[in-house]
Unconditional design. Structure first.
Length: 365
């Protein structure tokens, strides 16, 4: 039976968050259905989630968590090799509200259950309430029979961190120092929390993300570790690109950085879309008091960086953009021993994220 671990931290107990490129046992997802976030009653988003789940299932097992009202629909639309379980939630971003899994190198598996407040709580969060989302991590841990550490009062989302599994964690100041997360903690205190709960030694800070209005700048749209001592970073030389400055700053910072092992990072450039991805069909999204209103033409955060690394593969967003094929080539160069599988995910971008945001990997102990 899964239990809460009280009075200790993962680092004190010899646990660490492994890198995404380390072996995995499976991937967790949440089913989309919010009419005030997803277009056309969430039906196009559900089809896209199915496509992502099928792509992952070629490499490892997938569990889709679904509300009671959508259970039969999801079960009918997903292939039988994908497990479907009933879990209530407020939306579908399991990367951010789900557990961060940990290993100890001796066959042990645990998880961190971060406090979740919908990307900013009452200060600048995206919706209210978020109570069911804040329970998702514990429910997944119960189903996986994994003991967990609850960071009651310390707010963090999984999309705001990337680790190399060797002592380094990558994040952004825009997100972790935002007043809607942990306003009473200093940067040094936040660093200590990250190191204690991720089993890390060094925090690498980028200044900004590229989505200040949604997640306050999650790292998983900007950069990630692709191997020990190696990172990928978004890149463009187009000064008219809305993400030009953030890309330039991130690349400059990473090129001068060393990791926890003292290695100067090798930085791989990953292109951005040639044209911004702009929301269409906003009139099919319900207008509900307390949520952020949506408008046609607003820029959706369409980053190729928001991919998921799986056993033997990389699941990569595609947007129907001129640079889609270039992104596949660039990611294939970073992962020569993995198959890069592109999935059209504009629909997920319209909802506020992408493949990495809607998945959470469970590592192999």
């Amino acid at each position: 039976m899964a239990k809460r671990i009280i009075g200790s931290t993962p680092k004190a107990d010899g646990y660490r968050m492994p890198a995404e490129f380390e072996p995995q046992d499976g991937v967790w997802m949440l089913w989309p259905e919010r009419n005030d976030n997803w277009r056309s009653g969430a039906k196009p988003a559900q089809e896209t989630f199915c496509q992502v789940a099928r792509a992952i299932a070629r490499f490892e097992k997938v569990t889709m968590c679904v509300s009671a009202g959508q259970y039969q629909n999801a079960r009918a639309r997903l292939p039988e090799e994908i497990r479907v379980v009933e879990v209530s939630s407020n939306d579908a971003w399991v990367r951010d509200c789900g557990p961060t899994f940990l290993v100890n190198g001796q066959g042990g598996l645990r998880a961190v259950d971060w406090t979740f407040n919908a990307w900013g709580g009452l200060y600048d969060g995206l919706y209210f309430p978020w109570d069911r989302d804040d329970q998702v991590a514990q429910k997944i841990c119960e189903m996986a029979d994994v003991d967990s550490y609850r960071t009651e009062g310390f707010v963090l989302e999984g999309g705001s961190i990337h680790v190399d599994g060797e002592g380094s964690v990558l994040t952004t100041e825009m997100c972790l120092l935002s007043p809607g997360r942990n306003p009473d903690l200093s940067r040094a205190e936040i660093e200590e929390k990250l190191c204690q709960y991720l089993g890390c030694e060094k925090v690498l800070w980028l200044r900004d993300g590229i989505d200040p209005d949604e997640t306050n700048g999650h790292i998983d749209d900007v950069a990630c570790f692709v191997a020990p001592g190696e990172v990928a970073c978004i890149w463009t030389e187009d000064k008219d690109n809305p993400f030009y400055q953030a890309a330039q700053d991130a690349y400059r910072t990473l090129s001068q950085a060393t990791d926890a092992k003292g290695r100067r990072l090798k930085v791989h450039k990953l292109c951005l879309t040639r044209e911004p991805c702009r929301l269409e069909g906003a009139e099919t999204i319900d207008a509900v008091e307390g949520t952020v209103p949506r408008e046609n033409g607003e820029v959706s955060i369409a980053s190729y960086m928001n991919f998921l690394i799986v056993n033997g593969g990389v699941i990569l967003p595609q947007y129907g953009d001129e640079n889609d094929a270039l992104a596949v080539r660039r990611v294939q160069e970073m992962f020569p021993d993995r198959e890069v599988v592109g999935v059209q995910t504009r629909e997920v971008a319209f909802g506020g994220g992408n493949i990495h945001c809607i998945t959470q990997q469970q590592p192999r102990p």
